[in-house]
Design a protein around this ligand. Structure first.
Ligand code: ZN
Length: 387
């Protein structure tokens, strides 16, 4: 990610908030796939206990669609018309932009899984499709990602009634599970996450939030991995959390380590969508998890958090993604998993090893929480006092 994108991101989040205050604009939702393999937050291997009624999917607008090979596609020109945006080919037949008077808001590329909203990289469930001289995206991607991000006020029925107060923060891994490691620099993910979380707790409390941690020392919450992850999610239920954040650090295979840096943010994949690392469905694709009741709030919160990380850390944008990650499927509140930086990249890991950078990470996350809270507050102004 470059500076320009960071600047745009800043502009966007501010724009979002201001738009919220004035006419209330913006938000997005994107389809997703299944959990990244090898990720500490293991994919849900089976549907958990609990209700599996369909997640709320009723759109604020019935998008006109064309069915191609069983999939419902919406033309970007129709999306643009609904939001009074103007489409243009920035690269004929390849890249299309949707702009308003302030400039380009969205940028899509044919056959690409990601698009950019106000400079921030957001993943779709399926790649944009070149068809009949235009680009098309799936109806599910419009409903679950693009529409709620562009205009969250159209989706009030699916957003929290009030800004978040109680935040549960989960320091990934712990005890005999070190998470990702940089052996050269002797860094364990479990220590870095705990340090960030303790810093974040202080920052959020200073901003008036009530904070509960899933762990405040070097421990596992259960011996078996799935039970450990479920326990973390259960803490959010017990605390009646308004927001659940699981903090992690990332790694790639050694052959990619020198090249891959940056931050990525995950929220739960909507029912029927592919997760961002998948090119197909799996046994969980059609399952509605309890967390799917928060699809709209997840995408709104996740975007704000991802934006804040990019703006605060001035780092590469690895994308706002979807996954059926174990810690994200059960919470009954909006939930996100943040992969703050890569321990597999020595230069980035050395940065993570400094208290200064970990403080910057904590401050960026706190900023994201605050942006999300401000957006919800703007959408739900307090009732006038009784006379
Ligand atoms: Zn992790």
């Amino acid at each position: 990610m470059n500076r320009r994108i960071v600047a745009m991101a800043r502009h966007t989040a501010r724009g979002l908030f201001v738009a919220g205050l004035l006419t209330l604009a913006a938000c997005a939702s994107a389809p997703a796939q299944s959990a990244p393999t090898g990720k500490e937050s293991a994919p849900a291997a089976k549907a958990p206990e609990g209700p599996t009624r369909a997640a709320p999917t009723r759109p604020a607008h019935l998008w006109p669609f064309t069915k191609i090979q069983g999939i419902e596609w919406v033309k970007l020109d129709d999306v643009a018309a609904h939001y009074r945006l103007k489409t243009a080919w920035s690269k004929p037949g390849v890249e299309m932009t949707l702009a308003d008077a302030r400039g380009v808001r969205l940028r899509f590329e044919a056959n690409q899984r990601d698009f950019h909203l106000d400079g921030v990289r957001v993943f779709l469930g399926r790649s944009a499709l070149l068809h009949r001289a235009s680009l098309w995206v799936t109806r599910l991607d419009v409903i679950k990602t693009i529409a709620p991000l562009l205009r969250p006020e159209d989706h009030l029925a699916f957003l929290p009634a009030a800004p978040p107060k109680v935040i549960v923060i989960d320091a990934g891994h712990g005890g005999n599970d070190p998470g990702k490691q940089n052996l050269k620099l002797k860094l364990d993910e479990k220590d870095m996450t705990l340090d960030v979380v303790l810093r974040l707790k202080k920052l959020l409390e200073l901003r008036g939030f009530k904070v509960k941690l899933t762990r405040d020392k070097d421990e596992r919450l259960a011996n078996e991995q799935r039970a450990d992850l479920d326990r973390r999610a259960a803490v959010s239920k017990e605390a009646k959390a308004d927001l659940f954040l699981s903090i992690h650090f990332n790694a790639v295979e050694p052959r990619d380590a020198a090249r891959v840096t940056g931050t990525e943010t995950y929220v739960l994949t909507p029912q029927f969508q592919w997760s961002s690392t998948d090119n197909g469905g799996d046994s969980l694709t059609n399952t509605a998890f309890p967390g799917n009741r928060q699809d709209v709030a997840n995408v709104v919160a996740g975007y704000q958090l991802h934006w804040a990380m990019l703006a605060g850390l001035k780092t590469s944008d690895r994308g706002f993604k979807r996954g059926r990650l174990r810690v994200l499927i059960m919470p009954e509140c909006p939930a996100a998993l943040l992969e703050a930086a890569y321990l597999s990249n020595d230069k980035e890991a050395a940065r993570v090893g400094t208290p200064e950078f970990r403080q910057e990470i904590a401050e960026s996350i706190a900023e994201g929480v605050q942006s999300y809270a401000a957006l919800i507050a703007a959408l739900r102004p307090p009732p006038p006092p009784d006379k």
